[in-house]
Structures are given as C-alpha cells and as structure tokens.
Design a binder for this molecule. Sequence first.
Ligand code: PMT
Length: 413
Amino acid sequence: MKILLAVTGGIAAYKSLELTRLFIKGGHEVQVVMTAGAKEFIQPLSFQALSGKPVRDSLFDQNQEAGMGHIELARWPDMIVIAPCSAETLAKLRMGRADDLLTTLVLATDKPILLAPAMNRLMWSNAATQENVAVLTQRGFEVLAPASGEQACGEVGEGRMPEPQDIFHKTLENLEKHAKNNQAWLNLAAFWAGKSILITAGPTFEAIDPVRFIGNRSSGKMGFAIAQVAAELGAKVTLIAGPVHLPTPKSVMRLDVESAEQMFNAVQAHYQKQDVFISAAAVADFRVALPVQQKLKKQPDSDSMTLELVKNPDIVAWVASQENKPFVVGFAAETQNVLAYAQDKLVRKNLDMICANKVGQADNGQLLGFNQDSNALTLITKDRHLALPESAKSLQALALLEFLSEQLSFESV
Ligand code: PMT
C-alpha cells in the first residue's frame, strides 16, 4: 500500500522514524512530507534514508514539483497519516487552509486521513483544540487519542503521540476498512457470498511422549487471515486449526486438532460439498512411529537416542485425488528455489493452485513467513502467475481470494 506520512513540528517527530521503518518493513511504500516546523526537530535526510524517497517539503520548489506535482501527490497514496500532528496543524486543517504543501495536499485529496496528535496536555485539553478535533472527526478524519504520561515539557498528562506500533496497526485497520467500502470489495463479496471454503491452518504436533512433540514454527496467522477475510466476504468457512494461540474469526466454524492424522480425519469429514479447499497448514511430513505412553527417561549410559519416524498422509494431495474434489489450493513454504519447488508441488500433488512463500531468514536477518504479520505470496496456477508485494497477511488473503474468484469464474465458463 502507498502511505503518505506527514510529519509536523513537535518533539515526537523523531518517533515517526520508527513509524516509517514499520511501514517499510510491512512492505508499504512511504512518501514523507515535512512541514517547516518538523524540520526544526529532525533532518529530512533521516526519513529519506528509511523511506528510500526524497522528502517533500515545499509547494513552490520547481525541482520537487517536476517529479510529481502536488495534485498528483494528493492522489498517489492509499492513505495519509499525519504523525505527529501539532495543535497548529489541527487548527489549519479545521480552517481548510492551503498555505503549505501538507495543508494543500489534505484539501486536494479524497483519500482517508489518520491524525496522531501530539502536544502539551493543556494545549490538547484546550477548548479550541477539542473543537477542532470534533469538527475534523465529523468531516471523516480519524483522530487517534493521544497517550498519557510524562511530557517533553516536564508536565504529566494526556498529549503524547501514540506509540509508532499503535499508529501502524491503526493505519492497517483503516486501510482495510476503506478497502471494504469500495466497489471492488462489493463485487468480491457478491462472488463469495454463500460459497463454502475449507481451510487448514497452523502447525501439527507429533507426539514423542506425553510431554514432548515434533512441531514447527507456524503460528496459524496466514490461514486464520484467509478464514477471516473469506468470512467477511460472506463465504461459509470451516477452519481446521492445528495447535495455535489465535482467536476464532467471527462467523467461522473452527475445529481444533493437534496431529497430522487428526487433521487428515477432520479434512476427510468435511471436504465434501466444499467449493474450495485451502491447505495453509504446515503439516508435519513425518510422525513418531511409536509414541510412548510414559515420559521418556534419559539413559545414563547413552549420549544419543534414535526416534523412528513414519510418513504422514499428504492431506492436500489426498483431497486433490478425490473424484468430486473442490478447487484445491496448496501452499509451498520454501527457503530456496521458491518458485521452482512450488511449481513442482503444484504438478506432483495435482493441485489447482499453489501459493508460494519464502520462509526462513532474509539476508538482513528478518524472519519470513512463519509467525510474521506480513507475507509475500506468489500465486501460481498452470497458466497464471501473480507475485504479490509484501503486505499484512490480511491483505495477502484479500488478494488471494480476489485471484481465486477470477480463477473460479474463468474455469466455470
Ligand atoms: O502460520 P503462519 O505462521 O502464518 O505461517 C504461514 C505459513 C508459512 C505456514 C504458510 O504460508 C505456508 O506456507 N503453509 C504451508 C507450509 C507447508 O507445510 O508447506 P509444504 O511445502 O511443506 O507443503 C506443501 C503443501 O502440502 C501445503 O499446502 C501443506 O499444507 C500440504 N501438506 C504437506 C504435508 C502433508 N503431510 N500434508 C499436506 O497437506
């Protein structure tokens, strides 16, 4: 997603560096705009280094305007975030002024705008500021409540800028809310209404003894995100979850399992009459041949032990081999040769579609795929290929369901 991050004058301006980093890490494109006041607190170069784009700060700079004029810039983002938003900026926005780049952009845009106010506690509680906030809220601006605590001026009270993590999550929530109000969402909801989707998510745990198991790092977030978005679009969703710590999305029927064999039994009991089966679970390929009933004891005279493993059923391949099978979507979690291995699984397991994702550690040390809030899927069918840029798992889920709807419509013609 494209985010225009506007920074206004205030001691909290330095916190917006962390906010920029979070947006970039989450796979978003960020254009920073600074007011003259903001530049008194922090150098534009710091934002440029993090966002990878020169900061915009002037309405009248020919060179800046030559790249992208201010009207074009007002149309560019999916969302405008003003953090920190000073008392002066709140007042100017309320009046509809257009005396610098930021206020002009706000007047010239129809994109959602989120404000993260930051100021002295008395300035915040002043009737003039509160009236400005009330008017802006009424006009559709989302104004975050400032945090409470010790302030830079030494006073204690409400007026601190909310933490970057909180602004980041609020921005994502708002992006999703606005995505759901547009025509594309309504068209997608018309497609999915009443369709049945079976989804597996999370890891499986394969018992060694009553207290130990073989597992993996899947958190279930990817599969749960698909279940949640599909249910919001009106699909009837059955979610078979391995051992995860996630709440059940609204209107989703959830069945909890632990091992691959239990997941297989649950899928066998539910795969019929489904339109789509999505296998997002990280199913263990092997289980312990003979789990023992009592806790295994260390053998004092031995420095090693051997566990015999046997193959688990391949659940997604089994569904794909059934006569009246649903449309079958697998996932491929790979640390290398991602697309080639995914392509191979698509063919070998006879799937209709596969979602490839790189897992493990990126070159910069960041963990990928497993237990992350964002992901970057490549959606592959026998004749289509779509690489999604990194974004929140809920947005990946939305793009996946959109791609899937096109594929199903195409195949039913
Ligand atoms: O849960 P998260 O923390 O959000 O992480 C998401 C994820 C990385 C787990 C997810 O995006 C993902 O890639 N899931 C599939 C992981 C996996 O097991 O991939 P695989 O390449 O080993 O398996 C290929 C396909 O076969 C998968 O659809 C898998 O569900 C299925 N499979 C595998 C083995 C088996 N015995 N039965 C299966 O059905």
